[in-house]
Design a binder for this molecule. Structure first.
Ligand code: NDP
Length: 330
């Protein structure tokens, strides 16, 4: 039973020496617990924050203890009512092969309704993040022009497609490779997309959205945020979902220099945390589930095999190796 531990808190980009893959006994479930063999493990950008000791919405990872994160697995022993061997569950004890956990922290998922990995992505946390951020935080309205960064990633690709399905007049995405840009337009139906590495974001955004934008869904922060404020229309809304461009910075990143534009546009910037919005989950599954099943909403996953590659998969998300949700198959 191998599990990844954090052994030193990374400064700047995490290094392999900050982590260790540790061998331990398979735990024995106590009364009220299930023993789960993990099948799919999630790696997510927010985990970078948990590697630091700074106080945040999720507790810092403890040093020399197994790290945590979303996972889907199969129950292999049960001492909990309502859970049987062979059930599949979603839980938060990833980064390891086996986990014994209280049944109240396990949510049953149906492998016949959707592929198990999708409960970590398009039908899971990242999918709900897209749904909440666009519809609730950014108050999306039919006819809006929407710009999303990190657009070929798990959250971003779903934001753009949701906006199209809900009647956006124009959807623009940015991503870090020409291949990803092609995917946005050719497969996901974005109206325009650009590679942010090709030149200033503000210039590329103005070319892609000559009439401005009504909504910006921010996954990356930094230069993208400043550019989006610059292109914001009257009553524009910006949902701050993430700021991956600064997660490995050792100095605070400079803020946008053009915030006064929010006065002219009566614009609104609002951060949100998906964990506060699980009341929308039933509505999300009801609305988005059929779109995923019918193929109206497409998704990709980048699947890395083996617990020994869990760390590389995580580092890959920070580098942009993934298209769609990054998943580790155990
Ligand atoms: P993604 O699948 O989008 O993976 C991260 C992507 O970020 C990479 O693939 C890479 O793509 C891009 N990236 C990396 N560095 C940079 C950079 N310097 N500038 C621009 N893009 C960069 O991850 P998720 O969909 O899981 O998460 C997307 C964002 O949403 C993250 O910021 C995350 O923290 C946030 N989040 C927030 C939640 C909330 O509740 N607020 C919940 C879930 C996620 P590329 O090749 O295009 O550079």
């Amino acid at each position: 039973n191998r599990a990844w531990h954090l052994v030193t808190r990374p400064v700047g980009w995490p290094k392999p020496e900050d982590f260790a893959l540790v061998e331990a006994e398979v735990p024995t479930p106590r009364d009220g617990q299930v023993l789960v063999r993990n099948l799919y493990v999630s790696v997510d950008p927010y985990m970078r924050g948990r590697m630091s000791a700074a106080k945040s919405y999720a507790d810092p990872y403890e040093l020399n203890k197994p790290m945590l994160g979303g996972a889907v697995g199969e129950v292999v022993a049960s001492r909990a009512e309502g859970f049987a061997v062979g059930d599949h569950v979603l839980h938060s004890f990833g980064w390891r092969e086996y986990a014994a956990l209280d049944a109240k922290n396990a949510v049953k998922v149906d492998p016949d309704a959707a592929p198990l990995s999708t409960y970590l992505g398009v039908l899971g946390m990242t999918g709900l993040t897209a749904y909440v951020g666009l519809l609730r935080t950014a108050s999306f309205q039919e006819g809006d022009t929407v710009f999303v960064s990190g657009a070929a990633g798990a959250v971003g690709s779903q934001v753009g497609q949701l906006a199209k399905l809900k009647g956006a007049s124009r959807v623009i995405g940015s991503a870090g490779s020409d291949e990803k840009v092609g995917l946005l337009v050719d497969e996901y139906g974005f109206d325009a997309a650009f590679n942010y590495k090709d030149g200033p974001v503000s210039k590329q955004l103005r070319a892609a959205a000559p009439d401005g934008i009504d909504v910006y869904f921010d996954n990356v922060g930094g230069e993208h945020l400043e550019a989006a404020i610059g292109s914001l229309n009257l009553n524009g809304r910006i949902a701050i979902c993430g700021a991956i461009s600064v997660y490995n910075n050792t100095e605070p990143a400079p803020g946008p220099k053009n915030l006064a534009r929010l006065i002219q546009t009566r614009g609104r910037i609002e951060g949100f945390l998906v964990g506060d919005h699980y009341d929308l989950q039933p509505q999300f599954v009801e609305e988005v589930g059929p779109w995923v099943a019918s193929g109206a909403l497409k998704y990709r996953e980048t699947v890395v095999e083996g617990i020994e590659n869990n760390l590389e998969a995580f580092l890959g998300v920070l580098r942009g190796d993934n298209t769609g949700k990054m998943i580790v198959k155990i």
